[in-house]
Design a protein around this ligand. Structure first.
Ligand code: SF4
Length: 470
């Protein structure tokens, strides 16, 4: 990842395991890449729901004594980077309420595009919000529903939501999960091996969360589907009419871990194929292929194997960069990038290099990396991007800057090449990206590359961000 285009959120739910909160913690640990701002777990022992949430990383927040305060066989968890709402602790999830349907907790991955309208309507009916996150709107809709049971109230609430959501709900005796009718965000379903007799269930944004807890991936929660697991067993139901699918292609380009299956497909396979197709579409006169780690790794492997050029890890990433660090008072040029990446001179000196990355957002970080490679002795730097130019912001849970800040929305490829100071620059074509994720039926969203949004743009704010006339 070459620029500031942030991770969204990760969700997990565990049903039917005596150490549910510990398993939720381990799953969240595997999903940490999806959001490093805050994390939280709610657990139910059948009578009460307890929640712990805080700013920070999963491993910092959940110590043994903290997890001991979260007993029970049911738990949900969330790790967050804010895509809607302020960066403050009160926006950390899960959110909980007590209402006439009992006590409920919810965690959400995505972005509700009509949240502002729903919030205004609920406030006019007397609802009081504690946070600015759009997730709380869902709980208020459930609480205000006239339906008597939780599944019916949830169904009613979900039908009012527009946009992207993969949701996990915790009630005292059950877990309910749901995915929006277009299926923007992933939600995988697995079974727990060791749950003392009856099978336990696990739900998570990515299957890498299953591996650490020895769960087996079964299937995906389908777009428009609600799955309830309670004392009576598992109930799957379609709560919304079928709509064309809009699975987020950026999950495969960047967000998800390569060891995950997302939308039923291996992320590693998609990225390697992106790299292979990039090598076919945009060959470069070079000696070596170098990824911008980590998200460029798999595409660079693909580029290397297709082109026959040797793959070299000539940029080393420091994985331990915390959220705050102390900069010397005498400013060091490009300090932020140097803190994360460092070149291996012996691999780069005198070489013509194909540098593979997954996207260029504003262009400033890409320029720093190109300079870094050149200063380490590279003779030429040919930048190759494993997706098309990012020309439009995302309204479905990815924190893309406004259109006016996206370099590709305002400059030609040649202008970007000059800006990032590369000897050549090429992007993967849209058709090749479709091939890389095996999208033969038009089931993916590509709006950040095309500006063709699969849903109505519903607010003035969104129109402005998309650079449309009001
Ligand atoms: S606009 Fe881009 S990032 Fe957002 S859901 Fe669509 S493909 Fe994903």
């Amino acid at each position: 990842m070459t620029d500031k285009l942030h991770e969204e959120c990760g969700v997990v739910a565990i049903y039917g395991h005596p150490e549910a909160s510990k398993l939720a913690y381990l799953s969240l640990y595997a999903l940490q890449h999806r959001g490093q701002e805050s994390a939280g777990i709610s657990a139910s022992d059948g009578q009460d729901i307890r929640t712990t949430k805080s700013m920070g990383h999963v491993a910092e927040i959940f110590t043994n004594p903290v997890l001991a305060q979260l007993p029970g066989k049911l738990a949900i968890g969330h790790t967050r980077y804010s895509t809607a709402g302020d960066t403050v602790e009160r926006n950390a999830q899960p959110f909980s309420v007590s209402c006439n349907k009992g006590r409920i907790s919810v965690a959400h991955n995505g972005n509700i595009t009509n949240a502002q309208e729903l919030r205004a309507e609920l406030e006019s009916q007397g609802a009081i919000f504690q946070a600015s996150s759009d997730t709380e709107v869902i709980l208020h809709l459930v609480a205000h529903s006239r339906e008597k049971t939780l599944p019916l109230a949830l169904r009613e609430a979900l039908l009012r939501l527009e946009g992207a959501f993969s949701l996990v709900f915790l009630a005292e005796d059950r877990i309910i999960v749901a995915r929006d009718p277009r299926g923007f965000r992933p939600l995988a379903v697995g079974q727990l091996e060791n749950s003392g007799g009856k099978p336990g269930w696990v739900f998570a944004s990515e299957t890498c969360a299953f591996d650490l807890i020895s769960a087996v991936y079964l299937y995906d929660c389908q777009p428009g589907e609600m799955i309830s697991v309670g004392p009576e067993g598992v109930v799957r139901e379609r709560y919304a009419p079928e709509k064309p699918r809009s699975q987020c292609v950026f999950e495969h380009v960047y967000f998800s871990r390569p060891d995950s299956l997302v939308f039923g497909r291996s992320v590693q396979d998609s990225r390697e194929l992106m790299g292979r197709l990039l090598a076919i579409e945009a060959p470069a006169p070079a000696d070596i292929v170098v990824p911008v780690p980590d998200s460029g790794n798999a595409a660079a492997i693909g580029y290397g194997s297709e082109s026959g050029l040797p793959y070299r890890q000539a940029l080393i990433r420091n994985h331990y960069v915390g959220r705050t660090f102390i900069e010397p008072s005498q400013a060091i040029r490009d300090f932020g990038v140097k803190l994360k990446l460092n070149p291996v001179r012996s691999l780069l000196e005198g070489k013509s290099v194909v540098l593979v990355d997954d996207s260029i957002v504003r262009g400033t970080t890409s320029r720093k990396i190109v300079r870094m490679v050149r200063q380490a002795g590279a003779r030429e730097v040919h930048l190759r991007i494993s997706c098309p130019p990012t020309v439009s912001p995302c309204f479905y849970g990815v924190d893309t800057p406004d259109k006016r800040e996206l370099i590709a929305a305002n400059s030609s490829v040649e202008e970007i090449r000059k800006f990032v100071e590369a000897d050549s620059l090429a992007y993967l074509s849209l058709g090749a990206l479709e091939r890389a994720v095996q999208d033969t039926k038009g089931e993916y969203c590509y709006a950040c590359y095309t500006g063709n949004y699969p849903t109505e743009i519903v607010s003035v704010d969104q129109l402005m961000r998309a650079g449309r006339k009001i």
